[in-house]
Write a protein that binds this ligand. Structure first.
Ligand code: PMT
Length: 220
């Protein structure tokens, strides 16, 4: 039968990309499809959890039996995640949050050759780090899972993120050249304070359950 090991637990999941407007028609974003985060939200719901999914724009249908909050920008995602985090027993930050956003999105469509609308230069400012900010607010008993999307040195970079973002588990993965973003399968490393576990290539559905299996171990 289906394991209901998350019955009575609240799970927060962030998923998908964020989009950061340049002007009313253009934006900065990335290739996250949301498949990973949605699979985690569905798996947590199937295992009995009360799930809040905070999702950037994706082409996916909102999972059944999950509270889905749709957001666009990193700042909106932070606000929605901050609201759900205090009650969460497990928080999984799988979203590919844009690190930077245009400083002042133009109110009108930027046009070539217009004074003050230099299409070659967009001033950027840093976005809030949602995982780091909520990791810093973590209380006893909460399990925080982050990701590390890397083009090299996955484990070393995941270890750094584990410490700086105060996560209990970092799911490290190689990205780029058809890897991880938008695919149906992924190959990851689980990095915790005492362990590194290299997992075989598997579907994002199976990965979702593997992440939740590892997360519940922190409940003891
Ligand atoms: O959505 P899919 O198509 O299924 O693709 C899956 C994935 C590649 C998006 C996923 O496996 C993944 O790696 N997600 C994290 C992407 C990312 O932004 O990684 P990062 O190493 O830049 O960030 C590290 C961690 O901090 C992540 O948990 C991220 O959610 C979080 N973060 C980063 C920046 C920021 N401003 N706020 C954050 O919360």
């Amino acid at each position: 039968g289906v394991s209901r090991d998350l019955a009575g637990r609240r799970v927060l999941v962030t998923a998908g990309p964020t989009v950061e407007p340049i002007d009313p028609v253009r934006y900065i974003s990335n290739h996250s499809s949301g498949k990973t985060g949605y699979a985690i939200a569905r798996a947590a719901a199937r295992r009995g959890a009360d799930v809040t999914l905070v999702s950037g724009p994706t082409a996916l249908a909102a999972p059944e039996g999950v509270r889905t909050v749709h957001v666009k920008t990193a700042c909106d995602m932070l606000a929605a995640a901050e609201e759900a985090f205090p009650a969460a027993d497990v928080a999984v930050f799988s979203a590919a949050v844009a690190d930077m956003r245009p400083k002042e999105p133009a109110a009108r469509k930027l046009k070539k050759g217009e004074p003050g609308a230099d299409l070659g230069t967009i001033e950027l400012v840093e976005n809030p780090d949602i995982l780091a900010s909520l990791g810093a607010a973590k209380r006893d008993g909460q399990v925080v899972v982050g990701f590390a999307a890397e083009t090299e040195n996955v484990v070393a970079n995941a270890r750094k993120k584990l410490a700086t973002k105060r996560a209990d588990l970092i799911v490290g993965n190689l990205v780029g050249e058809g890897r991880a973003f938008g695919t149906d399968d992924n190959e990851v490393w689980f990095v915790t304070a005492d362990d590194v576990d290299e997992l075989p290539l598997m579907s994002k559905e199976r990965l979702a359950d593997a992440i939740l299996d590892r997360a519940v171990q922190f409940f003891g």
